[in-house]
Design a protein around this ligand. Structure first.
Ligand SMILES: Cc1cc2nc3c(=O)[nH]c(=O)nc-3n(C[C@H](O)[C@H](O)[C@H](O)COP(=O)(O)OP(=O)(O)OC[C@H]3O[C@@H](n4cnc5c(N)ncnc54)[C@H](O)[C@@H]3O)c2cc1C
Length: 153
């Protein structure tokens, strides 16, 4: 993930929901490759986020091309966001190294690490389900908590 960049566009409302759209999109054309509804739970504002195709955020005109893509997908209202935030982790030295510029094509297959009395791993790489994602981190934490409780550690 460290070689990636993300864009978030905010709007006064999550207007796409009123049109029966859930805000999800996958695109091989880009410049955003994977888009999701990122509105807060209270939906007081609307937000769409997308992962940039690798390297796309470095191209001049990325912001405008991404907003135009959102408008193509979700309607003209998406063409005028209140704000657009771009975070390019590939340029963040605390996150990315040179090796991250050529990321693996897929998430590796992770598997659970059996707990011992001395060491217990509780993180996304210990989850065979959704390893590498936030969801996997939650599953890893729950598994470790269950092992602590059941194992009497
Ligand atoms: C750029 C980027 C974008 C991402 N985007 C998404 C996304 O959109 N959706 C998604 O589902 N996932 C995303 N991920 C993946 C997701 O962030 C991780 O899967 C998740 O954060 C892993 O959680 P974790 O608890 O396993 O580990 P971490 O979140 O890495 O937590 C480990 C913690 O341990 C601390 N630590 C390390 N060593 C020590 C030590 N010796 N002593 C004390 N503390 C220590 C670290 O500082 C860190 O806070 C992204 C990852 C990156 C890098």
């Amino acid at each position: 993930m460290a070689g990636h960049a993300k864009l978030v566009a905010t709007y006064p409302t999550a207007f796409w929901r009123e049109n029966g759209l859930n805000g999800d999109a996958i695109s091989h054309r880009g410049p955003l490759a994977e888009i999701h509804d990122a509105s807060p739970v209270d939906a007081k504002v609307g937000a769409l986020f997308g992962f940039a195709q690798v390297g796309a955020a470095h191209q001049s005109g990325f912001r405008d091309a991404a907003v135009a893509q959102l408008a193509r997908l979700f309607g003209q209202e998406a063409a005028t966001p209140d704000d657009v935030f771009i975070k390019d982790w590939s340029l963040d030295p605390a996150t990315a190294t040179e090796a991250d510029l050529t990321p693996p094509s897929d998430h590796p297959n992770y598997s659970a690490v059996p707990p011992t009395r001395r060491v217990m791993f509780a993180r996304t790489e210990t989850s065979s389900d959704n390893g590498g994602f936030l969801e996997g981190a939650l599953a890893g934490a729950e598994a470790a908590n269950a092992a602590l409780t059941l194992g009497g550690y």
